[in-house]
Design a protein around this ligand. Structure first.
Ligand code: DGJ
Length: 735
C-alpha cells in the first residue's frame, strides 16, 4: 500500500516512488501538515514546534496552552475566522450570518482507485491508484469536508480535492472552496508563475516569496492567457537540473486563484482553487459540492524533473487514452491563409497543394456558417453557409477525403453575436445583467452555458453539422473573457453559481460530443492559448498554444508552456514570413524546427509558396513523421536556463529507453564573432554511446551530458540546428 495510517502515532503517510507526504490529526482534531518532499523513512512530527508568538490566539480547549495556535501551526485545509489569520481554504456563510469555519478530524478511509468528480474533468487513475479520504467536520457551521488525496506513485503525484457537504438542516452558502491548501513551515522559496496576454501566453516569472501575500489567478471565467492555474514553489537555488521544486496545477478551465502567503515566522502557505470573487454556492441540507482536482508534485531534481512528472501524468492520466499512440496527421489550417475570405474551390486548392507536400488534414477555420464573413455576425448559427462555400459541407469533406486527406472544422460553441438568428430568437441565452448593457468583446457575447437548454441546443446544432459531413477534427475556440456573469435561468440567490455552472455546461457538451463521436479529435483553443489547462486537456489532447505564430516568439511561449504541459499538447504551426503578428522574417527551416516541437502543422497559403519552399516543406513533413514518436512520447528537457542570458534557446527529447535523442537549438540573437552556442545534454544513459546522425562522431552519454556539445557559429538572424543522436551497440575507444 502506498497510503499508510500508523495507528499508534496517528500519522498518515502517502508514498510515491520518490516522495513522501505526511500529516496527522492532533489531540484537538486539527489536521496538521507534517511534511512533503523527498521520500524518507520514519515520521516527521518532530518538525512541529510550538511557541507563543503573541496575537496568535488559542482554540478554547487549548486556552491554557499559549503555544498552541491555529495561526502558527501547519495545516491541511485551513478554516476561517477561527484564529488562523493566513489565507483560508474554505469560507461558508450560515443562515445565522456566521462565517466561521473550524474543522476537526472525524474519520478517514483508504481505498483503491478514486471517486470520480461529478461533471468535472479529473485525473483518471489506474491499478496503482489509491485514495485517502479524511473527513473533517464543523458541527457549529453544519459543514463536513472530505479531503481527498489520490496517489499516483510512479508519476510522483498526489491529487487533492475537497468535497463539502451540508450536514445541517439549514442552507449554507459556500463563499470559498479551495481544492487544497498546504503549509511549508521551513525553507526559502522562489515562486514561478505563468503570466501573459493574448499572443504571449505562459511566460514564467520567477520571484522571491515576500512577507505577506502574493496571489495569481483569473477572474475572466476562463483559465486565461493572463495567469495559468499552475505555480511552482522552488528552492531559491533550484535550477533546471537541481533543487527542490513543488508544483500545483488545477484541473479546471474557469476562474481560479493561487495564493502564496508568507507569515510572521516565514512559514509559506499555498492555496489554490476556484476564484472566490463572485462565487457563492448554495448548499441545501445534505448536498455536496466537489472542487476541481489539484495536481501536486515534488521533484528534488530541479525544474526539468518536475516538468517531466507533470508531462507524464497529463499524458497518461489526464488525456483520453483513446488518443495515445495515435499518429495524428500533419494538418494545414485555413485561418492565416484565407481568414474569412474563401469558398470551397479555394479550400480545395489549398488541400491539393498541401496533399502534394505530404500534409494529411485540411482544417477549415472560422467563417463557414451563418452570415459569418467577418467577426461581427453569425456566431451561434451553426448552419453551413452553402451559398458562400458553393456546396454542402458533406460535398466539401468528401472531395477532401477523395484527395486522401482528413477534414477538420472550427467551432466557437460558447459564444453568440448579437447579429445572429440565435440571439434574435433567444436574447436571454446570453449572459447579461438585468437592466444593463453587456460588455462586448470581438463583437460577441457569451452564451449562458449554465443553462441546460443552451447546452442541448449547441449539442444538436453541432451534431447536425458533424452528422452530415466526414469530420475527424474540431477546433473549439473561445474568443473573449466572460463578463456580466448573470444567468436568466437562475434565481437571484444562486447567481454566484453561474460562473462554475458555466464550466460544468461546457464540460458536459464536450463529454456528450466525445461520447457520440468517439473517433473525433477536438483541439482546444481560446484566441490561441487562453484556456491551455489540464481541464481542457481531459477532453482535448491538444490545444492551440497561441495566436502568435512567430517562431521566435513561440520559443518563449512553448518553453513557458513546457513547465507544466507536455509538448504533444501544444498546437504549433509553421506560418508565413513575414509573420502576420510581428512582421518578422524567419527562415522556413527555423519555423519548421520550432513548430515540430508541438503537434505540427501549417497555417499559410500553399499557393504562394515557391517550388523550393514546397520541397522543403515536403522534407519537414517527412522528418516530423519520423520523429513524431520521440517528440510525443519522449522525455522533454529545457537545455537553457530561464534568464540564463544566452543568445539561443535549446531543448531536447529523449526516447523512453534512452536510445535516441533529438536536440534543437535556435539562435535568438546573431552576434559578430560571438561565443559558440554550448549546451549540456540531459536524460541520456551515461554509459551508452551515441552517434550523431549523418556524421562519424560518437560520444558517450556522459560526455554529452557533462562535457557538453558546442555548435558552430552561424551567420544571419535566427539560425537553427537539429541534431539526432542514436545509441550504438559497439564501444568506441576515443570520443
Ligand atoms: C482565434 C484562434 O486562435 C485563431 O486560430 C482563429 O481560429 C480565430 N480565432 C478565428 O476566429
Amino acid at each position: 500500500m502506498n497510503i499508510q495510517f500508523h495507528e499508534a502515532s496517528g500519522v498518515f503517510s502517502l508514498n510515491t516512488a520518490h516522495t513522501l507526504y505526511q500529516m496527522k490529526a492532533d489531540s484537538t482534531g486539527v489536521l496538521l501538515h507534517l511534511y512533503y518532499g523527498h521520500r524518507l523513512e520514519g515520521e516527521t512530527e518532530y518538525r512541529i514546534r510550538y511557541t507563543d508568538r503573541g496575537f496568535s490566539g488559542n482554540p478554547y480547549e487549548m486556552r491554557s496552552n499559549r503555544g498552541y495556535s491555529l495561526d502558527t501551526l501547519p495545516q491541511e485545509y485551513s478554516g476561517s475566522g477561527s484564529g488562523d489569520y493566513r489565507p483560508s481554504a474554505v469560507q461558508v456563510l450560515g443562515e445565522n450570518g456566521s462565517r466561521t469555519v473550524d474543522l476537526r478530524y472525524a474519520g478517514h478511509r483508504i481505498f483503491r482507485g478514486r471517486e470520480v468528480p461529478q461533471g468535472l474533468p479529473y485525473v483518471r487513475g489506474n491499478e496503482e491508484t489509491e485514495t485517502l479520504e479524511i473527513t473533517l467536520q464543523d458541527p457549529a457551521a453544519g459543514l463536513e469536508v472530505r479531503l481527498m488525496y489520490t496517489v499516483f506513485p510512479s508519476c510522483d503525484v498526489i491529487v487533492r480535492s475537497a468535497h463539502l457537504t451540508n450536514i445541517s438542516e439549514k442552507t449554507l452558502t459556500i463563499l470559498k472552496a479551495a481544492s487544497f491548501s498546504m503549509d511549508f513551515p521551513y525553507g526559502n522559496f522562489d515562486v514561478i508563475h505563468f503570466h501573459g496576454r493574448h499572443c504571449m501566453e505562459r511566460i514564467p516569472e520567477r520571484i522571491r516569496t515576500v512577507r505577506g501575500q502574493m496571489s495569481f489567478g483569473s477572474r475572466r471565467g476562463m483559465s486565461s492567457h493572463h495567469s495559468n492555474p499552475f505555480v511552482i514553489l522552488c528552492d531559491r537555488h533550484a535550477t533546471e537540473t537541481t533543487g527542490a521544486c513543488f508544483g500545483s496545477m488545477l484541473v479546471y478551465s474557469g476562474s481560479h486563484l493561487e495564493e502564496i502567503d508568507t507569515d510572521q515566522a516565514g512559514s509559506v502557505r499555498l492555496v489554490s482553487g476556484i476564484h472566490p470573487d463572485g462565487f457563492a454556492w448554495q448548499l441545501k441540507s445534505g448536498e455536496t459540492f466537489e472542487t476541481p482536482d489539484a495536481v501536486l508534485s515534488f521533484s528534488g531534481d530541479g525544474l526539468n524533473g518536475l516538468s517531466g512528472q507533470y508531462h507524464r501524468l497529463i499524458r497518461e492520466q489526464i488525456m483520453d487514452p483513446r488518443y495515445r499512440g495515435v499518429k495524428q496527421p500533419v494538418l494545414i489550417n485555413s485561418w492565416e491563409a484565407a481568414y474569412f475570405d474563401f469558398d470551397a474551390e479555394k479550400i480545395l486548392r489549398f488541400a491539393r497543394a498541401a496533399r502534394d507536400m505530404g500534409i494529411g488534414m485540411l482544417v477549415l477555420d472560422d467563417g463557414w456558417f451563418g452570415a459569418r464573413n467577418d467577426d461581427t455576425a453569425g456566431l451561434g448559427d451553426w448552419v453551413v453557409n452553402e451559398a458562400k462555400l458553393g456546396c454542402s459541407m458533406g460535398e466539401l469533406s468528401d472531395r477532401i477525403h477523395d484527395l486522401g486527406m482528413t477534414f477538420g472544422l472550427w467551432f466557437e460553441p460558447e459564444m453568440v453575436n448579437e447579429d445572429s438568428d440565435l440571439f434574435r430568437k433567444h436574447p436571454d441565452w446570453a449572459l447579461c445583467d438585468p437592466d444593463r448593457r453587456p460588455v462586448v468583446a470581438r463583437n460577441q457575447l457569451v452564451l449562458d452555458m449554465s443553462r441546460q437548454d443552451v447546452v442541448d441546443y449547441l449539442y444538436q446544432a453541432m451534431c447536425e453539422v458533424l452528422d452530415h459531413a466526414r469530420i475527424e477534427y474540431v477546433k473549439w475556440d473561445f474568443n473573449r473573457s466572460v463578463a456580466n456573469c448573470y444567468s436568466h435561468a437562475l434565481p437571484p440567490e444562486r447567481q454566484g453559481e453561474t460562473a462554475h455552472r458555466f464550466m460544468l455546461g461546457t464540460y458536459q457538451l464536450l463529454s456528450r460530443l466525445l461520447e457520440r463521436y468517439p473517433g473525433l479529435l477536438i483541439e482546444g483553443c481560446s484566441g490561441g492559448g487562453g484556456r491551455f489547462d489540464a481541464g481542457m486537456l481531459f477532453y482535448c489532447p491538444q490545444i492551440w498554444c497561441s495566436d502568435d505564430t512567430d517562431a521566435i516568439e513561440r520559443l518563449e511561449i512553448q518553453r513557458g508552456t513546457s513547465y507544466g504541459y507536455p509538448v504533444c499538447a501544444m498546437g504549433s504551426h509553421v506560418s508565413a514570413a513575414p509573420n502576420h503578428q510581428t512582421g518578422r522574417v524567419v527562415s522556413l527551416h527555423t519555423r519548421g524546427i520550432v513548430a515540430q516541437s508541438g503537434t505540427f502543422g501549417y497555417e499559410l497559403n500553399p499557393e504562394q509558396l515557391s517550388e523550393e519552399e514546397k520541397k522543403e516543406i515536403r522534407q519537414q513533413v517527412e522528418m516530423y513523421y519520423r520523429y513524431a514518436g520521440l517528440i510525443r512520447e519522449g522525455t522533454y528537457y529545457r537545455l537553457t536556463e530561464l534568464d540564463g542570458g544566452e543568445d539561443y534557446c535549446a531543448w531536447m527529447f529523449v526516447s523512453p529507453e534512452r536510445k535516441e535523442a533529438l536536440v534543437s537549438l535556435t539562435v535568438t540573437h546573431a552576434r559578430a564573432n560571438g561565443p559558440f552556442p554550448f549546451i549540456r545534454l540531459q536524460g541520456l544513459e551515461e554509459h551508452m554511446w551515441y552517434r550523431l546522425e549523418g556524421t562519424d562522431l560518437v560520444c558517450s552519454g556522459a560526455a554529452l551530458m557533462h562535457a557538453g556539445y558546442s555548435f558552430p557559429l552561424t551567420f544571419g538572424e535566427y539560425a537553427s540546428h537539429q541534431l539526432h543522436w542514436i545509441a550504438e551497440d559497439r564501444r568506441k575507444e576515443n570520443v
